[in-house]
Design a protein around this ligand. Structure first.
Ligand code: GCO
Ligand code: MG
Length: 416
């Protein structure tokens, strides 16, 4: 089964996506997600100029060899652009092989280890009443685990807090602002946000105290600090949140310095998750071997595909570390479906982030996975169970868009 043609598909149904479609000489097609938020065309060009010419004529069945060829063979290893490109090729090949076997992909990965994946959604509000409404809406939708982000007094806007303008811009469904389809408030030029860590640290414990007293002890709660703290600030936050029994505290310190988490770990028993901006198993080595984290945040899309992420999860499993894959709207339905198939199969599944894509996104990506009672489950359609509608995509051309830049109140550029 030889690879006959490869298409790099760039579209913007509600937000930008880069999708790879591989077609074999016996007419099977496979899809892979190569979306890198705010840097989409870098991956599209890496694919079309450097990767596609290497694929045509290769045996689609040799997935591992293709992965190694693209990873080791390039000499320039790792990095988000390279690994998103490799992820797309790898995912598309798994999709093809599962279709060739007439099986849902999870079956090729070892079959079901569970009936569905526990997910968490994003509740947010500029203040407590809005936050509570958002939590209630998520509970009504069936979510059993909820990430909580709020506005901070003194800061005009904060990452991860839904903006009611979404409904008006067409990035949302047009009628509600519950789901922040564009959590980063993208624009033609980067939006600049402001940040004050001390104000944040003063405010957040009170938010979780209020949420616990309103919603009780059972609800699974998570929080994302988006790489903004120093190790000692993160330690303080983790400690101050211990009474509220978080499922995890995410991305407390900048991702470049893995050993920062050693300091955090010394001070708190709040579980830690990191890795949405990591891209290889090497980024996790120290964290796993020293058991400095509890959950792996990498998605299929940014960590070298099913092959790359499965290797990471297996490595994690020997240290009782579980999966907690990134699942914002900038991971396309193709990437999400790959995560669902992998998550249903692995022994050390933890939780899956699920923000829900916009209706516009679903016009282009026809999905078959199911969301019920807060759980995601793959369908039994062969392969990933996703179809890409070229005609619908043509109505949504690429538009340049950036993630925000974060500044301290005195103007200093800060981590985002
Ligand atoms: C999350 C993330 C996202 C990212 C976004 C960047 O935990 O879901 O932090 O909101 O910021 O996906 O591309
Ligand atoms: Mg995050």
């Amino acid at each position: 089964m030889l690879i006959e043609s490869v298409d790099v598909l760039v579209s913007s149904p509600g937000r930008n996506f880069v999708t790879l479609r591989i077609t074999t000489d016996d007419g099977l097609t496979g899809l892979g997600d190569a979306t890198l938020n705010g840097r989409e065309l870098a991956v599209a060009v890496y694919l079309s100029e450097h990767v596609v010419p290497l694929l045509v004529g290769r045996d689609a069945a040799n997935i591992e060899d293709t992965w190694q060829y693209l990873y080791r063979g390039a000499y320039w290893r790792r990095g988000p652009v390279t690994m998103a490109a490799i992820a797309a090729v790898d995912t598309a090949l798994w999709d093809i092989m599962a279709k060739a076997a007439k099986m849902p992909l999870y079956q090729l990965l070892g079959g079901r280890s569970r009936t569905g994946l526990l997910t968490y959604g994003h509740a947010s509000g500029v203040d407590l009443p809005e936050l509570f409404d958002s939590i209630r809406e998520h509970l009504d939708e069936g979510y059993r685990a909820i990430r909580v982000q709020t506005g901070i007094p003194g800061l005009p806007s904060v990452y991860g807090v839904a903006h009611s303008s979404n409904a008006a811009t067409g990035t949302g469904s047009g009628t509600d602002s519950r789901y922040d389809y564009e959590p980063a408030r993208r624009g033609a030029l980067p939006v600049e946000e402001t940040w004050d860590t001390r104000a944040y640290l003063r405010h957040i414990p009170g938010v979780f105290e209020a949420v616990r007293s309103e919603f009780g002890p059972e609800l699974t709660l998570l929080h994302d600090a988006h790489h903004r703290l120093t190790p000692i600030q993160a330690a303080k936050l983790g400690k101050s949140l211990e009474p509220y029994d978080l499922f995890w505290l995410e991305d407390v310190t900048p991702a470049e310095n893995q050993s920062a988490l050693r300091r955090v770990r010394e001070h708190t028993t709040t579980p830690l998750a990191i890795g949405e901006v990591f891209n290889t198993i090497w980024d996790y080595r120290e964290l796993f071997e020293e058991q400095l984290i509890d959950y792996v945040r990498s998605p299929v899309t940014h960590a070298g595909g099913i092959t790359g992420l499965r290797r990471i999860f297996d490595f994690a499993s020997i240290y009782q570390i579980k999966s907690g894959a990134h699942g914002p709207t900038d991971v396309s339905p193709v990437g999400l479906s790959a995560a669902i198939h992998l998550g249903i199969a692995i022994p050390n599944f933890g939780i899956q982030e699920y923000m829900q894509h916009s209706p516009a996104t679903h016009e282009v990506f026809r999905t078959t996975y199911k969301f019920e009672g807060g759980m995601l489950a793959p369908s039994d359609a062969p392969g990933l169970g996703i179809e890409y509608d070229d005609e619908a995509a043509a109505g949504h051309p690429y538009e340049r868009a950036y993630l925000p830049v974060n500044r301290l109140l005195d103007g200093t550029v800060h981590d985002w």
